[in-house]
Design a protein around this ligand. Structure first.
Ligand code: XMP
Length: 333
């Protein structure tokens, strides 16, 4: 049997009882697979890697070594939250790597979106590989692969072209060949979330919006600079806070800020004030292949505009992107 194909008889995991049964089954399988060896996991803090981490902590405790690479393109407080939850609350064996300078130095002056993605993906592997080489006795690599990833690979193997290159930790160098542990590989996203909650992960983490691997790197349009990246991170944090406080966080599939490399003239304290625009994107979709625009109450848009333009250094306008997918993709790059 092809163990990368979901059996037609496999029941959809829709409740805690089914999730608990799945967890027990996977714990037994993982223990049988890895014995007393160590397992390495790149823990981004996204839903899939977090659920894998929680599952493996339960199965093999400190035999799991999590590596969190902060590429400097995370959202505000994101890396701190990963460390707090996994190291402090779940007592995970977690290595935190602040690789901000490595990434931003490589990205300096690079404006082509696909080149940026490739640099970020490749450097991510380099940083992760550097950490892996420092460790001894690791034979396994855990990944948060889920069933849509498997289906996407099958499609690509059949010759269909990907629209954007998404990255994960596949493609490690020759000297680092591990056996894979992929406990979620037959699950759909909604099932991963049910399993995550059954494992006791916080609701906000399990239901958090998707965040691309290259992070804010594809939202700080064109060549990334530290000052514009900082402005983007602060503006995005305000948008997320306001959505959470106004009941939109659970209703809108993906919402974020984009900051292009364009300045316009504004006025502040009676003086000329040149700044970047913050572009708000808030979309709903079921599969990310097409997306509609969420209707945001005008009063809330005014409040967000006011907060961003007064609280964020360097931003002097706020725009709201009304373009559905197609014709716009969800991300700008
Ligand atoms: P687009 O922009 O193609 O995005 O409409 C569809 C979904 O994919 C996410 N996305 C990415 N995710 N690496 C990722 O892991 C990437 O390079 C990447 N580019 C886009 C995007 O956030 C949206 O959810």
């Amino acid at each position: 049997m092809d163990n990368n194909r979901r059996p037609e008889t496999m029941e959809r995991i829709t409740n805690k009882a089914l999730a608990d049964a799945f967890i027990e089954e996977q714990i037994a399988q993982v223990r049988a697979q890895v014995g007393n060896k160590k397992v390495l996991l790149a823990l981004s803090g996204g839903v899939d890697s977090s659920v894998v981490a929680a599952l493996l902590i339960k199965a093999i405790g400190k035999q799991l070594v999590c590596v969190h690479v902060n590429h400097g393109l995370m959202r505000k407080n994101e890396s701190e939250n990963v460390v707090e939850l996994f190291r402090n609350q779940l007592d995970a064996n977690l290595i935190y790597v602040d690789a901000t300078d490595r990434f931003l130095n490589l990205l300096a002056g690079v404006s082509d979106p696909e080149s940026k993605r490739k640099i970020i993906g490749k450097e991510f592997i380099n940083v992760f590989a550097d950490e892996a080489r420092k460790l001894e006795g690791v034979s396994f690599l855990a990944q948060g692969t889920i069933y849509p990833d498997i289906l996407e690979s099958i499609k690509q193997a059949e010759g269909k072209k990907a629209v954007k290159s998404h990255h994960n930790v596949g493609g490690l160098p020759e000297d680092l060949q591990f056996e894979l542990v992929e406990p979620l590989k037959l699950l759909f996203k909604d099932e991963v979330r049910v399993v995550g909650e059954a494992l006791g992960l916080p609701h906000e983490m399990v239901y958090r919006q998707p965040f691309p691997g290259p992070g804010l790197g594809v939202r700080c349009l064109g060549a990334i600079t530290r000052d514009r990246l900082h402005a983007l991170r602060e503006a995005d944090a305000i948008l997320r806070e306001e959505f959470a406080n106004n009941g939109l966080a659970g209703k809108v599939w993906q919402y974020f800020v984009v900051v292009p490399d364009v300045k316009s003239v504004g006025v502040k304290d009676e003086s000329r004030y040149e700044g970047w625009p913050a572009i708000i994107r808030a979309v709903n979709t079921t599969d990310a292949m097409s997306a509609t625009i969420e209707e945001i109450p005008y009063a809330l848009l005014h409040k967000i505009t006011n907060r961003i333009t007064t609280e964020v250094e360097g931003i002097n306008r706020v725009l709201y992107d009304l373009t559905p997918k197609p014709v716009g993709t969800i991300e700008w790059e």
